[in-house]
Design a protein around this ligand. Structure first.
Ligand code: DMJ
Length: 633
């Protein structure tokens, strides 16, 4: 077990050579004086001395005195301007020849300083910007293709079955794809889709909400309620962004959201504790627990962004009050270094079982601790400090108890404790865990770029540790794609460790260095078009500005295009990512339009589109404005 991670901030290094800088005149004088006798004793020596003098003068006139490793774009500009000046003005160059260069201050290595990063702001380079904008257009084309299949064969159903060319209601029948896709269409400027989705919502959705039966509280909140609220803001509600003129008036989205939330509230009020039931019957606003009586921990703790924002924009506090009671209650329960079991009983209000993981049923508990805190104003709002404390404690727990490295190549991964803190460690990592790099990076800089956060001295040691872990895990998540024959990740991966190995279960890409680090069992080889890795790539790119994250995202996008695109419209899930051609599954999940394509689009966009310090993305990728940052306060 890695109790402390094998990395830490490097020691501050001073570049001694630069400290002992000597002026050019001193160098020449000293050289000539030292070798005076020998040099001038013969004519060859005299000749060489003259050549050296002219050579040095020439070198000085054609080069700047800037030290080349002053990193970043700003320094580069200075160098270019200086060079121009020197070339056009030999006199000033000669004057500088004799001037003593300024003594340089001690410098941190770029890593510690986080000053202008080594990527020289490639995003600002016009040809690179064009490249990414044209790739972004490809993502928009993919979104249009996905929507066109859905519209043609499944309009109004929750999901498209792209092979049998029909729709299916897997989420209670509220047209989940329509609502999940709407804000993606708004962000992409796909106006025709905004108007198709918007008018379906205006004419159909309220009626569906009034008459439909059982829905899952969590799924309906994150996809439908979250989608409506985000569309409300992005189309101009709450003094929002007015990104579109298509579709209905923003209040249509808000009114629909309120009606839905009023019914969902029964899950909270019917429960004997502050832990809500998992299921709601929409038509009579009643609620009941799941058949086994338990709710997932992630489900009951992943409602608060949406309910809080609804209270903010509607002026009715009841939504926020009910939802926040859950988190206040969770605060009081016993934990293992901030880590929690994946089940909880609404009957007793206590956790059930000992299974600890950041994959399914655990994941967004950790995500929302941070995001609800950020959304409520972060450190500006002392009422929610407990959420950040819970998050910070939990990430310590992750680092101490769940992070290990694979054999032979040392990939960092996040495993599970299926039997609690005293039981055996399992080197299993769901693809769902790949939300974590993004969350860790967001938590470290609070949505600012690393460069900005470093300059403003905002990063504590713990933030740097989390940021470093984010980058390591991001690499691992990308390798979960790279090791397979299709370039797409399986639903679950196991990692080869000293204690655990299995032969003959690799991903199939024989070129991959990590082929034997990652074990993919037969039952886990499917891909549901999930977003978590591209979500984290988007966040990591925005925060670190390292272009490699964009390149990785592009590779993943191309793999989706190659293996999941269905000619008749839409994209399909896959049965086995290790096999070419992969067998297709007859389902296009709503989150492919709501999340996966949205995050890819934003990964390739300029950084001021939905900036991370002004918006928080709910767990279904619906952006909601941070309290006080945009629109309502
Ligand atoms: C989405 O519905 C959400 O991102 C949720 O938090 C986890 N699972 C899916 C996507 O994989």
């Amino acid at each position: 077990m890695s109790n402390s991670l094998p990395y830490s901030m490097k020691d501050v290094k001073y570049d001694n050579a630069k400290f002992r800088h000597r002026s050019l005149s001193k160098v020449i004088n000293q050289t000539l004086l030292t070798h005076k006798r020998d040099w001038f004793s013969c004519s060859t020596g005299k000749f060489l001395a003259l050549v050296m003098l002219f050579g040095l003068a020439y070198l000085f006139l054609t080069h700047t005195s800037s030290s080349p490793e002053v990193s970043g774009g700003l320094a580069k500009n200075v160098m270019v301007n200086e060079k121009d000046k020197i070339n056009s003005d030999g006199v000033s160059g000669l004057r500088r020849f004799w001037r003593k260069p300024p003594r340089l201050p001690p410098r941190l290595s770029p890593d510690e300083k986080g000053g202008k990063n080594s990527f020289s702001h490639e995003a600002e380079n016009p040809s690179s910007r064009l490249k990414w904008l044209s790739r972004q257009q490809k993502v928009k084309d993919a979104f249009i293709h996905a929507w066109s299949g859905y519209k043609k064969h499944a309009m109004g159903y929750d999901e498209l079955m792209p092979l049998s060319l029909r729709g299916v209601d897997g989420l209670g029948g509220l047209g989940a794809t329509v609502v999940d896709a709407l804000d993606t269409a708004i962000i992409m400027g796909a106006d025709e889709i905004v108007s198709e989705a918007g008018s379906w919502i205006e004419t159909q959705l309220l009626d569906r909400i009034k008459h439909k039966g059982q829905v899952n509280l969590f799924e309906t909140t994150i996809r439908v309620l979250g989608g409506l609220l985000s569309a409300y803001h992005l189309s101009g509600g709450d003094e929002g962004m007015k990104l579109t003129r298509s579709g209905p008036k923003p209040t249509v989205y808000l009114d629909t959201a309120r009606d839905l939330a009023d019914r969902l509230l029964s899950a909270f009020t019917a429960s004997p504790t502050s832990v809500p039931y998992s299921d709601v019957i929409l038509r009579d606003s009643s609620a009941h627990p799941a058949p086994d009586g338990l709710s997932s921990t992630s489900e009951v703790s992943t409602l608060q962004l949406e309910f809080n924002y609804l209270s903010m924009v509607s002026g009715d506090t009841k939504y926020s009050l009910e939802a926040m009671k859950v988190l206040e209650h969770l605060k009081t329960l016993p934990k293992v270094e901030g880590l929690v079991p994946i089940y909880i009983s609404p009957q007793s209000g206590q956790f059930s079982g000992e299974n600890i993981r950041l994959g399914s049923r655990g994941d967004s508990y950790y995500e929302y601790l941070l995001k609800v805190w950020l959304h409520q104003g972060g450190s500006q709002n002392s009422n929610v400090t407990y959420l950040y404390d819970m998050y910070s404690e939990a990430m310590k727990g992750v680092r101490n108890r769940l992070v290990r490295r694979s054999v032979p190549n040392g990939l960092f991964f996040v495993g599970e404790l299926p039997y609690g803190s005293n039981g055996a460690f399992s080197p299993k990592m769901d693809h769902l865990v790949c939300f974590l790099p993004g969350t860790l990076a967001l938590g470290a800089t609070k949505g600012k770029t690393k460069e900005r956060a470093m300059k403003d001295n905002l990063l504590k040691f713990e933030d740097l540790e989390n940021l470093k872990l984010a980058e390591e895990l991001m690499h691992t998540c990308f390798q979960m794609y790279s090791v397979t024959s299709t370039g797409l990740s399986p639903e679950i991966a196991y990692f080869h460790t000293e204690e655990y190995s299995e032969q003959g279960l690799d991903g199939g890409n024989k070129m991959s260095k990590y082929l034997s680090d990652i074990i993919i069992k037969h039952a886990d080889r499917h891909n549901l078009l999930r977003p978590e890795t591209v979500e984290s790539l988007f966040v990591l790119y925005r925060i670190t500005e390292d272009p490699k994250y964009r390149e990785w995202g592009w590779q993943i996008f191309e793999a989706f295009e190659n293996y999941t695109k269905v000619d008749a419209g839409g994209y399909s899930s896959l049965d086995d990512v290790t096999h070419i051609p992969p067998r297709r599954r007859d389902k296009m999940e709503t989150f492919f339009l709501g999340e996966t394509l949205k995050y890819l689009y934003l990964l390739f966009s300029d950084s001021d589109v939905i900036p991370l310090d002004k918006f928080v993305f709910n767990t279904e990728a619906h952006p909601l404005p941070v309290k006080g940052a945009v629109g309502s306060s």
